[in-house]
Design a protein around this ligand. Structure first.
Ligand code: F6R
Length: 241
């Protein structure tokens, strides 16, 4: 596991965007798996800007959403679907056939899991998975206590996630379940990038990097990844030895 620290959120985001660009340059048919949420927001803005300025050809790239809230419509501004569409896919005009996002309203959630499982397998696995970290150490919606050997699966959301998740919505929401790419795909991804910013993430980042590996803190699983990069701003790195 490698660790890179940046002065602030802007510098961190710029560096994450640059990693995404370099990834496409080294493998034009990159399969990305992308988190939503506040952490990667600016990185995606920089990514779009760099792609456009540098005329990067992303026409062969495949984009897979990391997770979704079950029961939330794709056009709800708090959904992961909306977030990635508005911040990455629409600005870049990514062809729809290259995008795989969960439908949080799917009647058959098991079939929805299989659809994304298949998409990942048929595209020969994830090249770069970009994740944030929850206050409880979740990765995607892989909540504390989750088994490592999960591919795409439906989860009961932890109470911390149910509460913290309210920040994405403009009115109180019932957030009981999620659908997520599992830790097995995370571990199998050729490259894993975890990014975090802000002092509120400092404690969980310390546990993730310096703590013992345990599914009670799913993010500690990153220590088992053969090609993982943790990118932090100074505040998120503030508690590290
Ligand atoms: C979102 C996701 C979550 C977030 C995490 C941190 O797609 O998978 O695991 O990455 O909850 O959220 P932010 O970045 O909003 O602090």
């Amino acid at each position: 596991m490698n660790l890179l620290k940046y002065k602030n959120y802007e510098a961190l985001s710029e560096a994450v965007a640059e990693k995404m660009i370099l990834q496409i340059i080294s493998k034009p048919n990159t399969v990305f798996c992308l988190a939503s949420g506040n952490s990667p927001l600016k990185a995606y803005e920089y990514f779009v800007e760099k792609v456009q300025k540098q005329n990067i050809d992303y026409s062969q790239c495949v984009f897979i959403g990391l997770d979704e809230w079950v029961g939330i419509t794709p056009d709800d501004t708090g959904s992961c679907h909306y977030f990635l569409t508005k911040n990455v896919f629409e600005p870049l005009n990514v062809p729809t056939e290259n995008i795989y996002l969960f439908d949080g309203l799917a009647k058959n959630l098991e079939a929805e899991c299989q659809r994304i499982n298949q998409a990942i397998i048929e595209n020969n696995g994830i090249d770069l998975i970009i994740v944030g970290i929850g206050m409880n150490g979740h990765i995607g919606f892989n909540e504390p206590g989750i088994a490592i050997d999960n591919y795409v699966h439906v989860v009961d959301l932890d109470s911390v996630t149910q509460t913290v998740g309210q920040k994405y919505f403009d009115k109180p929401m019932l957030l009981k379940k999620g659908i997520t790419v599992g830790l097995q795909f995370f571990l199998e991804a050729k490259n894993a990038l975890l990014m975090a910013n802000g002092s509120k993430k400092a404690a969980i980042i310390k546990q993730t990097i310096e703590g013992e590996i345990t599914t009670a803190v799913p993010s500690t699983i990153i220590q088992l990844h053969r090609n993982a990069l943790v990118m932090l701003d100074e505040e998120a790195a503030g508690n590290l030895v």
